[in-house]
Ligand binder design. Structure first.
Ligand code: MV4
Length: 472
């Protein structure tokens, strides 16, 4: 490795012999730039290696010592620790792709992954953005617009306003029509940001004004809409996969009800809370919506499910998600490889009929947060790191003994995914894994997750999105 390059932050290592095994394929990418960090960057490197695609990682000064960078064929420093100085610097990332000769870019999740303007820039620079078309990103990235698409496609949405709200009198009229309580949501928001519950009409106008202001400041988009507030819902999402030939299929659902402050803690598939009829309707609705948007990559349709089993579309995540391994376990389909193949113009290798769903999978997110201190993020050096293993166990992590966990980024340190024939077996296996996992001396969510998994309400799946806040 060149010392000079290293000192300049360019760790240059194109010594991999992968080309020896290369199968000739005109369409497939030769080199992918990974515009992300941490466990998902490592996950994408692994998929690329198996596809014989070279990898280029970009990293911030804060991530220089991350071990996964050594697995990439090349790593390029793009700036300072703050995401705005590095992982969100679209021009530097595109420049890194250009100088390294990458023909495609994988955005992972978070950062620039759902930024349609960034995807457009990549494509203008002849770099394939591994994600949906710019049109699909625009159509579904805006929540109010996604609602309109869903309604047109006859997918059930939460009763609410038609598009964006501008006139207060009009809003009052709509609010009285749908009834209270209701929820004001930011069109540019998502994942729980920029939402407000309104209990009666006296609060409505003031809340609207506040919501617009907050949304404008947070998302650079002051558009809001209203929906009826669904009390104690479950959160069930459907994995969809589309190619550039018009094929769209679903890969089943994930139940993500177990969360705290919109941060998911546990995800599982199949959902233990819906009947098989609801499941097939839900999955069919997701495919209808994806087809209506000409969706051509991996994506997720999020739904709320009420206590009577009725479901309502809420939003689309036009990216690969943290919890994708749950679906990989039950379908035995590699979602990252498939996403890359579809972005390269290949046709899906499977059809709805050939996809098989087997067993039960659960994922626990291990965050470096102190559950006894209101989940305050922790940082520092990991001294002991002993991940669990055994049949049906997968651990996705960028952690290791000696790793310095930075306080500058997401506290997600590891994901433990178990796959067993039945849900009770999966829970037992997960509890075993949570007990085996040693991460010292940092505080993590491990002890909290042990309590959750052993809780009778979780075992019986007698929970809703408020379970954690009420119970712990
Ligand atoms: C809702 C809702 C109730 N009614 N919309 C929160 C995250 C964002 N994706 C949508 N969210 C919600 N939207 C209506 N009309 C309740 C939530 C909600 C929630 C949704 C999914 C997972 C966890 C949640 C926790 C609290 C509230």
């Amino acid at each position: 490795m060149s010392v000079a390059l290293r000192r300049h932050g360019l760790v240059d290592r194109l010594e991999s012999p992968s080309h020896i095994f290369c199968k000739i394929n005109d369409r497939m990418f030769r080199r992918i730039l990974i515009a992300n960090r941490g466990e998902i960057a490592l996950r994408i490197i692994r998929a690329c290696r198996e596809l014989n695609i070279e990898t280029v990682c970009v990293f911030s000064e804060e991530d220089r010592e991350s071990a996964y960078l050594r697995l990439a064929d090349r790593a390029i420093c793009i700036g300072g620790p703050a995401p705005r100085e590095s992982y969100l610097k679209s021009d530097r990332i595109i420049a890194a792709a250009e100088v390294s000769g990458a023909d495609a870019l994988h955005p992972g999740y978070g950062f620039l992954s759902e930024n349609a303007a960034f995807a457009e820039k990549c494509r203008a620079c002849q770099i394939a953005f591994i994600g949906p078309s710019v049109d699909a990103m625009r159509l579904l990235g805006d929540k109010a617009s996604a609602r309109t698409v869903a309604k047109k496609a006859k997918v059930p949405v939460v009763p609410g306003s038609e598009g964006v709200l501008d006139d207060d009198n009009e809003t009052l009229r709509i609010a009285e029509q749908i009834g209270f309580p209701l929820m004001i949501k930011a069109s540019g928001g998502g994942g729980g940001r920029g939402m407000r519950i309104v209990h009666d009409k006296t609060d409505l106008i003031v809340s609207l004004k506040q919501a617009r202001q907050e949304a404008g400041a947070a998302f650079n988009n002051a558009d809001v809409y209203v929906e009826k507030y669904i009390e104690r819902p479950r959160h069930v999402e459907v994995q969809i996969m589309g190619d550039q030939h018009g094929n769209v299929i679903h890969l089943g659902e994930r139940d993500c009800t177990l969360q705290r402050r919109y941060q998911k803690l546990v995800e599982e598939s199949p959902s233990p809370a819906i009947e098989s009829r609801t499941r097939s309707d839900l999955c069919a609705a997701a495919v209808k919506l994806a087809k209506a948007a000409n969706y051509d990559s991996a994506g997720t349709c999020e739904f709320l499910v009420d206590s009577k089993g009725r479901f309502y579309f809420i939003e689309v995540n036009a990216r690969i998600q943290v919890e994708h391994p749950v679906t990989e376990a039950v379908t035995e389909i590699d979602l990252i490889k498939t996403q890359i193949q579809c972005a390269a113009g290949e046709e899906l290798e499977f059809t709805q009929k050939t996809v098989r769903f087997q067993g039960h999978a659960i994922e626990c997110r291990i965050n470096a947060e102190d559950p006894s201190e209101k989940f305050r993020p922790c940082a520092g050096i990991i001294e002991r790191f002993i991940p669990p293993g055994g049949p049906g166990v997968r651990v996705d992590t960028h952690g290791y003994a000696g790793f310095r966990l930075s306080p500058k980024y997401d506290s997600l340190l590891a994901k433990v995914i178990v796959h067993q024939p039945t849900r009770p077996e999966a829970i037992r296996c997960m509890l075993r894994c949570l007990n085996e996992f040693v991460i010292e001396p940092l505080r993590t969510t491990l002890p909290f997750l042990r309590k959750v998994l052993a809780h009778p309400d979780f075992m019986e799946s007698n929970i809703d999105t408020g379970f954690v806040e009420r119970t712990f």
